[in-house]
Ligand binder design. Structure first.
Ligand code: 9MR
Length: 385
């Protein structure tokens, strides 16, 4: 065993020992204390499996307590909004680098990796990209956007969501045999080739960056089938793609464990890695990655939804445990599991309490269940404990 690996093992073992000394996760009282309070950080517990991430436009506006939680638990950060085309590149020649620079520097100073989100999207992309432009001009703008952004953080940002959410919703048996691309301004301007171009431009700007296609609901049904058609085409056309991001906006009413298990294997069979890029499990209601207020009872983004019951929290903990068991089963393929937000206060679905820290930064039962899923795996992850 190399010295480095031995050190890693030693650290996790120490972390686990301190956990055991407290009597194990059952002994961690919900709401007892904010922060980790001596409990091992998730990044250490899962060190030999994959990176554990959080999303947020850190560090501005975050409290010391929140930043402490990030440092203790996560070894990769995704900027939630500040690197999207709209905020970072509102007009041709106008760039807003202040927040992204601060985020990258904060992470670099702490040896936390950064995953960039997102270079090309149908949403939060200002019209100037497409205005009065023929195909050659829009391609030039796309290239300039990607080269400038990826080039600026070359060697500092580990990977990128190159294209986000290109596949349309509402597919059926017929569309599942096709890519079923969303009718976005990118498709209208450049045709389906916009994806290949985006990957090529990103690779040229930083040949070492891990390049991802990212989407929601692609683990099951016609959208999964379309994702396979699309990815095969990208690979065939020589797009430098390394992985697929399954966003992972699920709910306690719908955790498609078997589909996720199969989908990861399907992507691996194409030679791709997989990351879970925007994980949250809402309590009650439905989920999905679409914009707008969360659907169903308790949906929406503003705070103050009905507080979760003990039963809700238990159902959520079971869901997270089963998910992490499946991710861990595929740890050779899964590179990263990132939660979409830090706490239930810092979530786009805050009324549905979807994350592992509550609105006051206290560990929820889901946190303990995720640790347990690694330390004492359930022999049959398809069933709750
Ligand atoms: O969480 C993000 C929210 O703060 C923004 O208002 C919204 C619109 O830009 O985007 C949210 O993040 C989305 C992500 O970028 C792509 N997948 C779906 C996420 C939730 O809408």
């Amino acid at each position: 065993m190399s010295g480095r690996i031995a050190t890693v093992f030693g650290c996790v073992a120490l972390a686990c020992l301190s956990w055991t000394a407290r009597g194990g996760p059952d002994d961690v009282k919900k709401g007892e204390k904010s922060g980790n309070g001596g409990v091992p950080g998730l990044k250490d517990v899962y060190k030999d499996s994959f990176r554990i991430g959080t999303a947020g436009d850190l560090p501005r506006g975050y409290s010391d307590e929140e930043l402490g939680l990030v440092e203790e638990n996560f070894n990769v950060v995704t900027p939630e909004n500040c690197m999207k085309p709209g905020p970072i590149h509102p007009e041709e020649g106008t760039w807003r680098f202040e927040r992204p620079d601060a985020l990258v520097q904060w992470c670099l100073d702490r040896q936390i990796a950064v995953h960039g989100h997102t270079l090309v999207w149908h949403a939060q992309t200002n019209d100037w990209f497409f205005r009065d432009g023929d195909k050659a001009e829009v391609t030039r703008r796309l290239k300039e956007h990607i080269s400038t952004l990826v080039g600026r953080y070359k060697g500092k940002i580990r990977g990128w969501d190159v294209v986000n959410e290109a596949i349309g919703d509402g597919g059926n048996a017929q569309t599942s045999e096709t890519e079923h691309l969303r009718n976005s301004p990118w498709v209208r301007a450049l045709g389906p080739e916009f994806l290949t171009l985006a990957f090529k431009f990103a690779h040229e700007a930083d040949p070492d960056a891990r390049l991802y296609y990212n989407d929601y609901n692609i683990e099951a049904g016609p959208k999964h089938a379309s994702s396979l058609v699309l990815l095969k085409r990208l690979i065939k056309d020589g797009a430098p793609i390394h992985g697929v991001g399954i966003q992972g906006h699920w709910s306690t009413n719908n955790v498609p464990i078997e589909a996720i298990d199969r989908a990861i294997a399907d992507y691996a069979a194409l030679g791709l890695k997989v990351s879970i890029t925007e994980l949250d499990v809402t309590i009650r209601g439905t989920s999905g990655g679409q914009f707008g207020p969360g659907p169903g009872p308790g949906g929406g983004r503003a705070g103050g939804g009905t507080p979760p019951s003990e039963q809700d929290l238990k159902a959520q903990a079971d869901a997270y445990a089963r998910l992490f068991a499946v991710f861990n089963k595929h740890k050779d393929v899964v590179e990263r599991v990132t939660f979409w937000g830090l706490s239930d206060r810092r979530s786009w679905r805050s009324r549905q309490h979807p994350l592992i820290f509550d609105a006051n930064n206290r560990r929820k039962p889901a946190y303990d269940a995720i640790v347990e899923a690694k330390l004492h795996p359930n022999p049959d992850p398809s069933t709750p404990r």
